[in-house]
Design a protein. Structure first.
Length: 151
């Protein structure tokens, strides 16, 4: 009878255990939510898309219920940061909430841009709860096609 030795990978084993714990607590919390009809308290991170064309990077971020005056956009080197705040529109009426699933408060999203951006030409527009940012590439960042000539 021969025995095959298997190589032990401690990192893989730790990842496997961590995944099991995550699944366990996710299921436990889901059961708790169902039983008591509450939503988990998490930090609000608005959904964001980053795309690229030949000349620009585009960032689109969903900010429903956020006033444009409550949004701040900065670029430091190749890091784009969007900060803001969604205010709770609380009425003085005493309402008995059964569920609260909308998130309020401050948020911050930062993303490293894949290449150089001409920060002086960045434009941002806000319409229907979507912030759209056009980040023109610097000339040296744009793709240049080189024609191959016969010798």
């Amino acid at each position: 009878m021969t025995m095959t030795l298997a190589r032990w990978e401690p990192v893989t084993e730790i990842e496997r255990i961590t995944d099991r714990f995550d699944r366990f607590f996710d299921e436990l919390w889901r059961d708790f939510e169902r039983e008591f009809a509450i939503a988990p308290r998490r930090r609000w991170l608005p959904a964001m898309d980053l795309s690229e064309t030949d000349t620009d990077y585009w960032v689109r971020i969903e900010l429903p219920g956020v006033k444009k005056e409550d949004v701040e956009i900065t670029i430091t080197q190749d890091i784009l940061t969007i900060k803001g705040k969604r205010q709770r529109e609380q009425k003085e009426e005493k309402e008995g909430y059964h569920r609260v699933e909308r998130y309020y408060g401050e948020f911050q999203r930062s993303v490293r841009l894949p290449g150089g951006v001409d920060a002086d030409k960045v434009e941002a527009t806000y319409k229907d709860g979507v912030l759209e940012i056009r980040l023109p590439k610097r000339e040296e960042s744009k793709t240049k096609h080189i024609e191959v000539k016969a010798a």
